[in-house]
Design a protein around this ligand. Structure first.
Ligand SMILES: [Zn+2]
Length: 294
């Protein structure tokens, strides 16, 4: 990797340190062990706690519930992107909340991550974005409105190698049948006065595959908008121990990296069972500018 591509130029300032990820692993184990004996998921939670407890640098557990393994995986992921030609393509980042991905608290176990990813991929397959390169991931938050827990909201965040145009917006709207729904956001990734391109890319990639999950608490502000309509504010709060346990128990069913949503792009492991990999896309040449294609 050349100097300008050094990983640290890309990773956000707040990217978790090794000790922070390890503390988070210990907090997760503690939360998992606290599950009540009456809880039907207790046996599975204790099993996940045991696996996370055995995780070490030399023998990583490679489970999606493990903050330490997620950190290693995220770094491999950003590195793989930087080593590939993908970094020379144009990217727009998209955040969407597809229908049917809200699960009541206590029922996250009913969410089938692999089936969800398959379904979202099918949505794109049927649209005119079938040949786009997509690097995305499933994020999850516990949504709360005015202190009422709404449930676990899964949502999709991805980079697509298309410039931000109205055509792109329409295609994504059509793919997910959303009409003019507000639960979309789009932004083309490019440098600006404050932030160089690398930081924007690093921020987007580390957001694609996140390592922290929150309670997303929305509430009415006392102050109304100028037109008299209510003003809604959102706060990001840490999950409570039993919520972290429910989430980690569910994530414990999957391997690290299973939350990624990739299209027209392959992850090739450096060695069997390794968390190091490369990203390859047969379509990347077509999407680069003529100078970069050589
Ligand atoms: Zn681990």
């Amino acid at each position: 990797m050349s100097k300008t591509h050094a990983l640290k130029n890309y990773l956000p300032v707040k990217f978790e340190s090794g000790p922070q990820a390890n503390d988070q692993r210990l907090a997760t184990i503690k939360a998992l062990r606290k599950r009540r004996p009456t809880d039907l998921s207790r046996t599975h939670s204790m099993w996940v706690a045991r696996i996370l407890g055995k995780c070490s640098k030399a023998r990583p557990c490679k489970v999606e519930a493990c903050p330490r393994c997620r950190r290693v995986y995220r770094k491999s992921f950003v590195k793989a992107f930087l080593k590939s030609e993908l970094q020379h393509a144009i990217w727009t980042r998209v955040s969407i909340i597809p229908d049917g991905l809200l699960f009541p608290e206590g029922e996250l176990k009913n969410a089938n991550l692999k089936a969800i990813i398959k379904r979202l991929n099918k949505n794109i397959q049927r649209s005119n974005l079938a040949d786009a390169i997509i690097i995305g991931g499933i994020d999850i938050s516990l949504n709360v409105f005015e202190n009422d827990v709404q449930g676990w909201q899964l949502h999709l965040y991805f980079l697509i190698n298309r410039p931000l145009t109205n055509t792109l917006k329409t295609s994504i709207n059509d793919a997910f049948n959303k009409g003019a729904d507000k639960s979309f956001s789009f932004k083309e990734i490019k440098s600006d006065k404050q932030t160089p391109l690398q930081k924007h890319i690093g921020r987007a990639l580390t957001y694609v595959y996140k390592n922290g999950f929150n309670r997303r608490s929305s509430y009415y502000e006392a102050r109304l908008k100028r037109d008299g309509s209510p003003r809604i504010n959102v706060r990001s709060l840490p999950l409570k121990a039993h919520q972290l346990a429910e989430l980690s128990s569910w994530l414990g069913k999957y391997s690290v990296g299973d939350r990624l949503f990739l299209r027209n792009i392959k992850r090739l492991r450096a060695a069997p069972l390794s968390m190091k990999f490369s990203l390859q896309s047969a379509l990347i040449k077509q999407s680069l500018s003529p100078q970069k294609r050589e």
